[in-house]
Write a protein that binds this ligand. Structure first.
Ligand SMILES: Cc1cc2nc3c(=O)[nH]c(=O)nc-3n(C[C@H](O)[C@H](O)[C@H](O)COP(=O)(O)O)c2cc1C
Length: 204
């Protein structure tokens, strides 16, 4: 569909998927298979990536991996035993920013790419029928947690996508409406162009 075709230039499958997506804090024990995940990651990895540095990777945590993370969380907190937090979903996907040496692309841009992958992957998982919530915690960038994930010196965690089945009994999520007029503006002091003042869409 193109804007020129006469169909609604804004609506579409992606628009609908984004509008429907919500976070699922409680999920069932079902999870996508490794192979299903790989397909979704291949698509999510198509986000815009300045200089194609691919400054990210993902770590799949299933089964006992989640207990190892639980132990690392407790260690970061100076406590014995294992936190049960990672057991809230059958699959956790750790999102890692892997910063590359670049004179052109600073770290914040590379982090933006890794974050984009996580958002798009969340959306794809949700659209494929899985419940997802991106979780972090004060321990996210602790030494113990980095060690448990085998991170290198040039890597930092952005948190975990907790993934599982969407419970049938779940109530519809309450999504916050976004008032676009409150977040879209023009530059300060910028006088709107003649076209904008007339209400016509502007090109480029
Ligand atoms: C970087 C990041 C970190 C997040 N960390 C947490 C978290 O630690 N705990 C949590 O409940 N939700 C976390 N969330 C999910 C947001 O809280 C959630 O998106 C928000 O509540 C809005 O809900 P919605 O996604 O259904 O619109 C995080 C989201 C992002 C992007």
């Amino acid at each position: 569909m193109s804007a020129a075709s006469g169909a609604d230039p804004v609506g579409g499958a992606v628009f609908d998927a984004v509008s429907r997506r919500r976070s699922w804090s409680r999920v069932t024990d079902e999870a996508p298979t490794h192979e299903e995940l790989l397909r979704l990651v291949s698509a999510a990895g198509r986000v815009a990536d300045h200089s194609s540095l691919r400054p990210w990777r993902l770590i799949e945590l299933r089964d006992d991996d989640r207990e190892r993370l639980g132990r690392a969380i407790n260690k970061a907190d100076g406590e014995e035993g294992s936190s049960s937090k990672p057991l809230r979903a059958p699959l956790l996907i750790a999102v890692v920013a892997s910063y590359r040496k670049s004179s052109k692309v600073p770290r914040w841009e590379q982090e933006a790419v890794a974050s984009g992958v996580a958002h798009v992957l969340s959306l794809l998982l949700d659209d494929a029928g899985w419940g997802v919530i991106w979780r972090t915690g004060h321990y996210t960038r602790s030494k113990a947690v980095a060690k448990a994930h085998g991170l290198s010196k040039n890597e930092e965690l952005l948190g975990w996508l907790y993934v599982g089945g969407k419970p049938e009994s779940a109530r519809p999520g309450r999504r916050q409406e976004i008032d676009a007029t409150a977040v879209v503006s023009r530059m300060p002091h910028g006088r709107p162009s003649k076209a904008a003042r007339k209400g016509a869409p502007e090109n480029g």
